[in-house]
Design a protein around this ligand. Structure first.
Ligand SMILES: [Zn+2]
Length: 374
């Protein structure tokens, strides 16, 4: 099973450590990613595990350090390709973004559209986007599965973000039918992978918001929709200081996913020590409630709480401490609290929580009209 990524080379029964070159630095030297390849003695799938594309999210790094050890390799069927820090410059400065690109680094992966001739009046992609495009080609060529590790807010609960699967519906009836069937098969794999992990699960936003926010160009958005690789984004609670209980539960969850993928033997282990929310119906994430006016908030709920429409979520005051508006901000939905967005000082229209709310939309959808024409 010869496989290499940068200077890391797979070898049966071994863990190989190396680096993957991203690009040359104008100041000399090269910007590179750390790579770990762990290969078992017997054949099996290739599973990519990545973390740290947001440089202030550190739990995934710790989970991967604890997961990849000699004991795991002794039992492993197949290969784990691990990049514990996808955005080293962000990690160095403990910043979400990279100083090689303005904007979210987790929106730079391919969108699946054919690339035409470049308009010379339009700036070329940033050096980071160019490098991630090359890295993505390596992933597409080798990965059977991909999990990317993130964090949300201080005290938020451990959860999975699952991308919807989009299919082309601009061909003949037979082509559309085949494309939809293939998308449904992939969606089922994604569903099974979520179940194997065993933490709370949320669907990503749907069509308009998903493409507007360029989530189709996130790591796992591109995995699912541009490369047709079953991929999941895991959100591991507080980012700047890993929560030991969530780290432990993520380790158990990842090993359960490896078992599901046929890469480890044995029965799944129970996931314990963390809040797991399952309302019995599928939920999606939504930024809600939003404050109707600029104010200071005092949350009345915590991550993992179940709420009903009309339940109080926070008190709202002016800077002097006087109640404003309706005095209390109430939930617009039945659902559960993913976590409280950072801070208590809010401008009009800003959300104060993330919530899981009922998801009535399908998980398999046609691409928006004209997607491939633009
Ligand atoms: Zn993140």
């Amino acid at each position: 099973m010869p496989f290499s990524l940068g200077s890391a080379k797979a070898s049966p029964g071994r863990i190989s450590y190396g680096t993957y070159p991203l690009f040359d630095q104008p100041t000399g030297g090269i910007e590179e990613l750390p790579v770990v390849i762990a290969q078992g003695n017997s054949k099996g799938p290739t599973f990519w595990l990545t973390a740290g594309i947001h440089g202030n999210e550190h739990s995934g790094l710790q989970v991967l350090h604890l997961l990849l050890n000699r004991e795991l390799v002794r039992q492993l069927h197949g290969t784990i390709v691990c990049i514990p820090a996808l955005n080293p410059s962000g990690l160095q400065g403990m910043r979400r973004e990279s100083y090689f690109h303005r904007g979210d680094p987790n929106r730079l992966f391919p969108d699946g559209k054919p690339k035409g001739n470049r308009d010379p009046d339009i700036d070329p992609p940033s050096i980071l986007e160019q490098a991630y495009t090359r890295l993505f080609a390596e992933i597409k060529a080798s990965a059977n599965y991909w999990i990317d590790l993130h964090n949300t807010w201080t005290g938020s609960i451990s959860m999975v973000y699952r991308d919807r699967v989009y299919y082309r519906n601009d061909g003949t009836a037979a082509q559309i039918k085949a494309a939809k069937a293939e998308a449904e098969k992939l969606d089922q794999r994604i569903e099974d992978m979520c179940r194997a992990y065993g933490h709370s699960v949320l669907c990503e936003m749907a069509s308009e918001a998903y493409f507007d926010d360029r989530l189709h160009r996130s790591t796992t958005g591109a995995a699912v929709n541009a490369a047709r690789i079953p991929g999941l984004t895991m959100e591991l609670g507080t980012g700047h200081m890993p929560d030991p209980a969530i780290v432990q539960a993520a380790l158990v969850g990842l090993k359960n996913v490896l078992r599901w993928a046929g890469m480890l033997d044995g029965a799944p282990e129970p996931v314990t020590g963390i809040k797991i929310v399952n309302l019995g119906y599928r939920c999606r994430r939504r930024s809600t409630p939003r404050v109707p006016l600029s104010c200071i908030v005092r949350h009345l709920v915590d991550a993992g709480d179940l709420v009903k429409q009309g339940d109080p979520i926070a008190e709202i005051r002016d800077i002097w401490g006087r109640p404003v508006g309706e005095k209390v901000l109430r939930s617009e939905y039945d659902g559960w609290i993913m976590g409280r967005t950072h801070g208590i000082v809010r401008y009009e229209g800003e959300e104060i929580c993330g919530m899981g709310v009922r998801d009535d939309l399908p998980t398999v959808l046609p691409y928006p009209e004209g997607y491939f024409a633009k």
